[in-house]
Design a protein around this ligand. Structure first.
Ligand code: HMG
Ligand code: MG
Length: 354
């Protein structure tokens, strides 16, 4: 009987690198194949990726400690200075439902805007739309958020999926009339607790958002259960429904799959990702889910892969430290912690030389 490993190695191995000993493991050819796989992966990477920093909204909405509007403004300003081109500023939702987002109008009015940066806000209905557009400055983008899960829709926005689309249709029309961009976020695209979400559930919400003339479709894993294979498979399907450059991904990192999911999305051609500073985030109506995939971790990955983002990773690590100090909590970003620790180590005075 021929051992399977030897039979496989023979098909992969150029005879010149064989040791001549049929029993020796084919080390070189296997390594070569790995390098080739890696090179193919790199060849498929985009030159540039856009990061949407959601730490000022998703990052703060579920924190037990409330932060002042001044702190929120300082955080958003730090994001602008760090080089983000897209920043989520807040949410015009009920303060009874999400108290942390209560000051969104003041924050939107108080930030220092930079030309070319897209500042966006979440809006669930016309009351929210009026709040978002009654100040001196309009946000560049309005985000409507519908769910692929019926259970989550009722928990999060107190209405069915069908009812939510009726509410969104007027918001969408007014958004376009006012010359703003429109993003449709599909929550729970990979499931919700106790609810099976099918491919059809996701494509239905996507189709509704397309009918509402959304400029961007944002696919969200609200409870952080997606894995790279599921992400890739879903995107391969959705690519037939939405041009890939109009799609973006929003991952929560509950099971530690965020970075893997980003890689799978990159392979599927996605070039826009939501991330949150220090891995903050979570929805108050999706208990048990953890924060978003951390901005610092994603920037570290992308920059190491040679993909440009235009964002200064060190400045984001500092913004992370700033908001963590305000919240009195630990970071959810390994890269953020590593950057700060390394900096402290190199600036710490060494032992006195005798
Ligand atoms: P409702 O109670 O069904 O609303 O809430 P209603 O129309 O019956 O009104 C009840 C009261 O709320 C009234 O006030 C309204 O004026 C007020 P009252 O007369 O009793 O004094 N109200 C509002 N106030 C301020 N802003 C508004 C607004 N609308 C009504 N826009 C509602 C419906 C949608 C408002 C509520 O369910 C809500 O605010 N839910 C919170 C949703 C939310 O912010 N969730 C977290 C963000 S989504 C998320 O995190 C997922 C995401 O990150 C992607 C992912 O990870 O999946 C985006
Ligand atoms: Mg979220």
């Amino acid at each position: 009987m021929i051992p399977i490993s030897r039979a496989t190695s023979k098909t992969l191995t150029p005879s010149s690198v064989n040791s001549g000993d049929d029993t020796a493991p084919p080390k070189m050819p296997v390594l070569k194949e790995k390098r080739n796989t890696y090179r193919t992966f790199l060849n498929d990477l985009p030159e540039r990726v856009t990061i949407v920093e959601v730490g000022g909204r998703d990052g703060l909405q579920n924190e037990p400690k409330m932060v002042s509007n001044d702190v929120k403004i300082e955080l958003i300003n730090r994001f602008t200075q760090a080089g983000f081109e897209k920043i989520e500023v807040g949410a015009f939702v009920s303060p009874d439902w999400v108290p942390q987002m209560a000051g969104s109008a003041e924050v939107l009015a108080g930030i220092t805007r930079k030309e070319g940066v897209e500042y966006s806000v979440l809006v669930p209905n016309m009351k929210g739309f009026k709040g978002a557009t009654s100040g001196e400055y309009l946000p560049e983008k309005i985000v409507i958020f519908g769910s692929a899960s019926e259970i989550f829709s009722k928990k999060n926005i107190n209405c069915s999926k069908a009812e939510s689309m009726e509410r969104f249709s007027e918001v969408a029309r007014k958004t376009k009339e006012n010359g703003m961009q429109l993003r449709g976020t599909v929550s729970c695209a990979f499931g919700f607790y106790g609810d099976t979400v099918t491919l059809e559930d996701v494509t239905d919400v996507v189709a509704n958002f397309r009918e509402l003339d959304c400029d961007e479709i944002n696919i969200a894993d609200t409870i952080g259960v997606a894995t790279p294979n599921r992400v890739y498979t879903l995107l391969e399907h959705l690519k037939h429904e939405v041009p890939v450059d109009q799609m973006s991904m929003h991952f929560h990192d509950t099971y530690g799959q965020g970075i893997g999911n980003i890689c799978a999305s990159l392979q599927a051609g996605i070039t826009t990702f939501d991330t949150s500073v220090a891995g903050l985030g979570g929805c108050p109506y999706a208990k048990g889910a953890t924060g978003n995939v951390a901005t610092e971790d994603v920037l570290y990955l992308l920059h190491e892969l040679g993909v440009e983002t235009g964002v200064d990773l060190n400045a984001v690590a500092d913004a992370g430290r700033f908001i963590l100090d305000q919240l009195g909590r630990k970071s959810g970003s390994r890269a953020g912690d590593a950057i700060i620790a390394k900096r402290e180590q190199t600036t710490k005075p060494g032992p006195a030389k005798l």
